[in-house]
Design a protein around this ligand. Structure first.
Ligand code: NAD
Length: 460
């Protein structure tokens, strides 16, 4: 999620700069035994695509070093179909287990993720180039999410309604079937976990396609689920890019798509789902305001602005600092892709850099005079993923949080995802929610059963 930072006093910008360098450039290099293994995970085991006709080969590059790690074969139509059929078969038995049985498998998987967290984090760094501290944070958060849905699984239930003369009605919360998941590149393990764990808790099975830029850890999750006792075929991974994603999206046996990525692709996914009346959850792009009032605790506000702008990120205005290609001194990193975090000042509201998602480590700083003014300007966007407010004024904090048109609001913090708190966007930033109890709504459907206890009281 990219944000614009708006400060009540422009001289706060120097605080931002003084705090910048500490967290951004700690990566790890080296290889991983995971890299050369087969990268599809279908019916409980790793595999390479069998049918290699009509599929492209994708080069996997480590962003930290620029090294080509391997070539990944895309999955074609038949590969996608095979994975969906395996998931369809597994659905028959998985959906019939009790929530408690499903939950204990997820809880076991969470404990394996914790035990393997360092290996997972290092593989994630190899794939994404993100700092190791951030990858460790992501992986342990995913373990919490899987654990959370493991706990919630046993509580998924319907309702009972008493009707007249002893008749009654009850509702059953049933799974949807086979879920198709497609992820973006910036949180690979998180996307695989955030989509699969609620889907599985509800009794669905899933076929997940990671971004072609970051294929490694979603497959490791498959092995972890298997070790925890998940039946073969309940969680599958297929690798590929646009064509593979399209095959999954249009497959007639896919009941729901859960997509994370750009607005442009999300719109295509939804269009395809609309034709077949499929359920859809979209987690899309953003351009989120982080509003710093002059009474804010500046240390916190600076940390928040950094979290808002420089976490996992891939003109016009004046460049105050950064935005330059950086060559690290460590020779192992010489071929890597590095750019210094960039702060832009003297920005105007109508500049492209302020209005559009950049998805790079760029912070646009704008000034404002009054609360009404900043709210009007902050809401003047087609996005609505998130927003933040830094202030010590309690009433103002709640007023601003209530007035900003976005799905996630942070007061005196930013970009934190505690397990149990729903996440998702307003406006073009998405539809549906991930995380928290709300996600259950998006992976289930309600069946109403009417039970007549007497004779039919026919009105004819
Ligand atoms: P992208 O939209 O280019 O690609 C996302 C995925 O869609 C990839 O796996 C890609 O292979 C697949 N894809 C592309 N075209 C497709 C098609 N026609 N049919 C089916 N699948 C297709 O996004 P990206 O560059 O990987 O990621 C960046 C975007 O993701 C940004 O806009 C960012 O804001 C967004 N994002 C949103 C969230 C969120 O939670 N809201 C989280 C992370 C990233």
């Amino acid at each position: 999620m990219l944000s614009v930072t708006v400060c009540a006093k422009m001289n706060n910008v120097k605080w931002l700069i003084s705090r910048l360098p500490r967290r951004c450039m700690t990566t790890v290099t080296g290889s991983s035994p995971q890299v050369q293994k087969p990268l599809n995970f279908v019916n409980g085991e790793r595999s390479n695509p069998v049918d290699r006709s009509n599929t492209e080969a994708l080069s996997l590059i480590a962003p930290a070093t620029g090294e080509e790690l391997r070539v990944v074969e895309s999955s074609g139509k038949d590969e996608v179909d095979n994975a969906v059929q395996c998931a369809k078969l597994a659905f028959k038995s998985w959906s019939k287990l009790s929530g408690n049985e499903r939950g204990s498998i997820l809880k076991k998987a969470a404990s394996i993720v914790r035990a393997r967290s360092e290996e997972l984090a290092r593989t994630e760094v190899l794939d994404t180039g993100k700092p190791i501290w951030e990858a460790r944070w992501d992986i342990l958060g995913c373990a919490d999410t899987i654990d959370y849905y493991g706990g919630l699984a046993a509580t998924i239930s319907g309702d009972y309604l008493q009707l007249s003369n002893g008749s009654f009605s009850y509702t059953v919360r049933e799974p949807l079937g086979v879920v198709g998941g497609i992820g973006a590149w910036n949180y690979p393990f998180q996307m695989a976990s955030w989509k699969s764990s609620p889907a599985l808790a509800c009794g669905n099975t899933i076929v997940f396609k990671p971004s072609p830029l970051t294929p490694l850890t979603a497959v490791m999750l498959g092995e972890i689920y298997s070790e925890a006792g998940l039946p073969n075929g309940a969680y599958n991974v297929i690798q590929g890019d646009i064509d593979t994603g399209r095959y999954l999206n249009v497959h007639p046996d896919i009941a729901k798509m859960s997509f994370t990525g750009s607005v442009a692709v999300g719109s295509k996914i939804m269009e395809t789902c609309a034709k077949d009346i499929k359920h859809v959850t979209l987690e899309l792009g953003g351009k989120s305001p982080c509003i710093i009032f002059e009474d804010a605790d500046l240390d916190n506000a600076v940390s928040g602005a950094m979290l808002a702008n420089f976490l996992t990120q891939g003109q016009g205005a004046d460049i105050l600092c950064g935005g330059k290609q950086v060559t690290p001194q460590d020779k192992k990193l010489a071929g890597g892709i590095y750019i210094s975090p960039c702060i832009l000042v003297n920005c105007e509201d109508d500049m492209r850099v302020v209005r559009e998602e950049i998805f790079g480590s760029v912070m646009c700083v704008l000034g404002f005079e009054t609360e009404d003014e900043v709210l009007r300007r902050a809401n003047d966007t087609e996005f609505g993923l998130a927003g933040g407010v830094f202030t010590k004024d309690l009433q103002r904090a709640h007023r601003v949080a209530s007035s900003l048109e976005a799905g996630s609001l942070y007061v005196n913090n930013y970009n934190v995802y505690p397990v149990g708190v729903p996440f998702g966007g307003y406006k073009k930033s998405g539809i549906g929610r991930e995380n928290g109890p709300d996600a259950i709504e998006y992976y289930t459907q309600i069946k109403s059963v009417y039970v007549e206890m007497g004779d039919i009281d026919a009105p004819f």
